[in-house]
Structures are given as structure tokens and as C-alpha cells.
Design a binder for this molecule. Structure first.
Ligand code: 13P
Ligand code: SF4
Length: 312
């Protein structure tokens, strides 16, 4: 493993490459990444790097977002098959039809979408900035929100809006159940429940804190509580345990297991060996149709601009 780490670091220097890792990556990948973050932070780092190559250790839409923001850079991914069930739940042709049947609506899309869906969008959001971006529109703005119904319904509830929500969801977050979380809570009565807004409404109602991966991490760091039940992909526990070695983090089990943890099979397709191969071979590479990219960059940049104005 040490050999692999040193050759990756050597190749990275030789090729002026930057490794970006999402919190859901396995711990070896997080440890070797130049930056680890949530999907907003990954887009922000991609937008400002001077590297020639970005290795995006996450899923396909994250690589696409980086390519759209940096069309002249080479964007590599360890495994081109690392997709996203949520992005898959919103095919661009069907979403285009939905928009067409609702003229006059502003289209807000979660970053977990294909480039083709972003090209149909007015402004992109992540779970770190969705509330603030929705609130930046007048109260009576007619809004379509896609594709995550759980995040959309949650934002509707905390902003008192009535956005039209696309019926999409993430397979990993949909699997958390109130029943199994409560079983863990019985054994850890003092633990706080921290949940990602892609979880179902009933889980979000039970949660003490709802937020993006970065927000949950930040909360755990600053909280004076010592135990936390984490209802999101279990990769985030690595950073939580590193940042808070004296606190206990318990993965919320999915509905098909009482004590297991939830992993995103797409995120976990990436391995350190594949990371080495992709940097060495400069493949697989992410490319986006230039016509789609020219349209998709507008709502992504709009999100980054609003986030910068809001200090996010
Ligand atoms: P974050 O925006 O919190 O990083 O979430 C990305 C994601 O894929 C959640 O499933
Ligand atoms: Fe997509 Fe869900 Fe995996 Fe996040 S956890 S990348 S939303 S499938």
C-alpha cells in the first residue's frame, strides 16, 4: 500500500494533477486526496485549481461538473461505471417533457444530475446551499425542483414553499428506516441523530440535525455531545472519526439490516488501485458534449456565484 501511495504522489507531481475525493470514498482514497469534501466543495475546488489534470474520486456527475467548469482540463475518474441512482432517476428527455408541461416555472436542479439535465436547468444546487438558493427567489416564484423528492419536500417544508417536485430518489438514502434507527437509539439513548436530506421524510422528522455531508461533519465537530447516529453513506464516518477521535459515530443501519451500515455501491467502485491506473494511463476520461456543456455551465456558475455571495 505504501508503494502505491508513493507512486501515486510521484505521478501526481509529474503530471500536475489534483486528486479530489468525496466523503463517501473509501478511507485510502480520502487519505490520498488533495481535498476531501462534499459535492459543493468539490465543484468549488475544480473551478479554481491550476492543475492540468483533475482526478475526481466520486461519481460520474461530479466528474462531469468538473469538466463543464474546466473544459480545457483533463478530468479523470478511477471507474467510469461509478454512476448515481438519483441521477438515473431523472432522464433528461422525461425531465424536458415535465418542464414543457409547466411553462413559466424556474427550474432548480440538484447537482446529482447528468449534464443533459443541468442544461435544462436555471440554477443548480447542492444539499449545502439548496435552502439559501431557493430562498434567493421571491416567495411567489413558481419553481420546479428535481430530481430528489426527499430533499425537495424537505426544502419546501423549511422554506414554506410549494415547489413542484420531480419523483426521484437515492437508493442508498431511501433505505434508512425509522424503525431501525430507533433500535440503535434504544441502545444509545444520548446519541444525536444526524441525517442527510436525501433520507425519507419520516427519518428527517426523527433527526436532530439535517444537513449535507459537510454540514453534518461541521455539526459533529462543534457539538459538545459525544455520540451520534449517522444517517448517510458510511464513508463520512472516516472523516468524522479523524476530526473527533473522542466521539462515537454509529452508522444508521439500512432497512435490510439491524447493525450494518449503508454504502453507495457506485462510490465504492473506486479503489486506490484504479486511482493509480487512471493517473498512469490518463484514462478513463470524462468528456461532455460541448453544446450541452455550454448550456450546463450557466446554472452551475450561477450556483457558485450565489454561494460565494452568501459566503458558503
Ligand atoms: P453532498 O452534497 O452532501 O456531498 O451529497 C452528495 C451525495 O451524493 C449524497 O448522496
Ligand atoms: Fe448517488 Fe445516492 Fe450514491 Fe449519493 S449515495 S452518489 S445520491 S447513489
Amino acid at each position: 500500500m505504501n508503494d502505491l501511495i508513493s507512486v501515486i504522489n510521484k505521478l501526481k507531481k509529474e503530471k500536475n494533477a489534483l486528486i479530489l475525493g468525496h466523503y463517501y470514498q473509501n478511507s485510502e482514497i480520502q487519505d490520498i486526496s488533495d481535498f476531501v469534501g462534499d459535492s459543493l466543495a468539490l465543484a468549488q475546488w475544480a473551478a479554481k485549481t491550476e492543475a492540468d489534470i483533475i482526478v475526481m474520486c466520486g461519481v460520474h456527475f461530479m466528474g462531469e461538473t468538473a469538466k463543464i467548469l474546466c473544459p480545457d482540463k483533463k478530468i479523470l475518474v478511477p471507474d467510469i461505471e461509478a454512476g448515481c441512482s438519483l441521477a438515473d432517476s431523472c432522464p433528461a428527455d422525461k425531465f424536458a417533457e415535465f418542464i414543457k408541461t409547466h411553462p413559466g416555472y424556474t427550474v432548480i436542479s440538484y447537482v446529482n444530475t447528468t449534464a443533459a439535465v443541468k442544461a435544462l436547468t436555471d440554477v443548480v444546487v447542492t444539499s449545502s446551499n439548496a435552502k439559501q438558493i431557493v430562498e434567493s427567489f421571491p416567495k411567489d416564484e413558481k419553481i420546479i425542483f428535481g430530481p430528489d423528492k426527499n430533499l425537495g419536500n424537505y426544502i419546501n417544508s423549511i422554506t414554506n414553499r410549494n415547489m413542484l417536485i420531480w419523483d426521484g430518489a437515492c437508493d442508498v438514502h431511501e433505505k434508512f428506516s425509522v424503525e431501525n434507527i430507533l433500535k440503535v437509539k434504544v441502545e444509545h439513548p444520548d446519541a444525536l441523530i444526524l441525517a442527510h436530506p436525501e433520507c425519507k421524510g419520516a427519518v428527517l422528522k426523527l433527526a436532530d440535525v439535517v444537513g449535507s455531508t459537510a454540514a453534518l461533519l461541521k455539526y459533529a465537530i462543534k457539538s459538545d455531545k459525544r455520540e451520534f447516529i449517522i444517517a448517510t453513506e458510511s464513508g463520512i464516518l472516516h472523516e468524522m472519526r479523524m476530526k473527533c477521535p473522542n466521539k462515537t459515530f454509529i452508522p444508521a443501519p439500512p432497512n435490510d439490516s439491524t447493525y450494518g451500515c449503508s454504502e453507495c455501491s457506485f462510490m465504492k467502485l473506486n479503489t486506490i488501485e484504479k486511482l493509480y491506473d487512471c493517473l498512469k494511463n490518463e484514462s478513463p476520461e470524462i468528456n461532455v458534449d460541448p453544446y450541452i456543456a455550454r448550456k450546463a455551465v450557466i446554472p452551475i456558475k450561477r450556483m457558485l456565484d450565489i454561494s460565494a455571495q452568501l459566503g458558503l
